[in-house]
Design a binder for this molecule. Sequence first.
Ligand SMILES: Cc1cc2nc3c(=O)[nH]c(=O)nc-3n(C[C@H](O)[C@H](O)[C@H](O)COP(=O)(O)OP(=O)(O)OC[C@H]3O[C@@H](n4cnc5c(N)ncnc54)[C@H](O)[C@@H]3O)c2cc1C
Ligand code: SF4
Length: 328
Amino acid sequence: MKRFKHLEATSVDEAAAALQQYDSAHVIGGGSDLMGCLKDNLWMESPEAIINLKTIPGLDGIRQDEDGLHLGALVTLTRIAESDVVRNTWPGLAEAARKTGSPLLRNIGTIAGNICQQNRCWYYRYPDKLGGRIDCVRKGGKRCLAVPGDHRYHSIFGAVKKCIAVNPSDTAPALVALDALVETNKRTIPIDEFFSAERGAVSTVLEHEEIVTGISVPHPGAAGRSAFRKIALRQSIDFALVNCAAALTLDNGKIATVRICLNGVHNNPYRCIEAEEYLAGQPLTRESATQAGELALAKAKPLLFNTYKVPMAKAVVADTLMDCLKQA
Ligand SMILES: Cc1cc2nc3c(=O)[nH]c(=O)nc-3n(C[C@H](O)[C@H](O)[C@H](O)COP(=O)(O)OP(=O)(O)OC[C@H]3O[C@@H](n4cnc5c(N)ncnc54)[C@H](O)[C@@H]3O)c2cc1C
Ligand code: SF4
């Protein structure tokens, strides 16, 4: 790992000013993703400075009011998973946090770090020290190694800028399903506009001096339900092969509103619009949930080694919807 300055910010303004001062600086929350990126020498430019956000007071609150849930950027995944407030009213989000990584990772990993983490691809993340740098498209090179190589964990919805590395976040689909807002030091960003693999080697629309300060999730109302499911090879600690979150309201037994989001299947979290349109006004039954799963994957374009993800994702969509039905 190359040497860098470690700055302990005491306010968001101070952290933003430090980002402005250094062209190649990164903020750090829990560091569970960032430290791996540094060790594996992921970036073309090694950062001159790392700016610690954990030294900023007031960014670690969980608060509920009449508008909904307000999470500070530094709230850890453990606290979200264990919060009665979140579990009672936003169970899909609590479950997503509970299924992230391992207990140790959840203890240090923050909600902001979880949605800002880099996309996953084993060529991109190949440890520099093991055999040298693999300069794929995402690292500024000319070709993608995963498309002609081993892409079993990659996108089934095509490439973005020739890259098929997936967004791996567990909480991102829950926040998309729950229609969250991401608050930064500059603006409020609807979650549907937050993820942007289209920008190249970053996963979000955040600008260089932009810092996530919190996340707001609207109140789902008395009829609101939400659920999250994840399929991973190892249950104890692993990234999702496929995960899914759904949030819906029922009115007289029929679906009034619904949002469904898959992750681990594309460069950005993948909102299942066709499935949502089909479900609106339908009763929620195993048949309608199964049909929603079919529609959610209608545009899938799997590659040779990841076709298995298509039936897996269809089933996860259907099962996540049925989990919503089980809620009282
Ligand atoms: C072995 C292992 C297993 C993992 N398993 C999972 C898993 O199952 N599911 C999953 O979703 N993730 C997983 N992760 C990834 C990671 O640990 C989590 O996503 C964690 O929540 C990241 O949070 P953090 O606070 O540690 O982020 P950090 O590492 O501190 O930051 C991650 C990125 O976000 C940026 N960032 C952090 N905070 C802010 C902010 N407030 N504003 C702007 N940018 C910010 C950083 O600059 C960095 O680029 C795993 C990681 C490891 C090493
Ligand atoms: S999928 Fe993306 S990150 Fe992986 S090798 Fe291809 S260009 Fe690089």
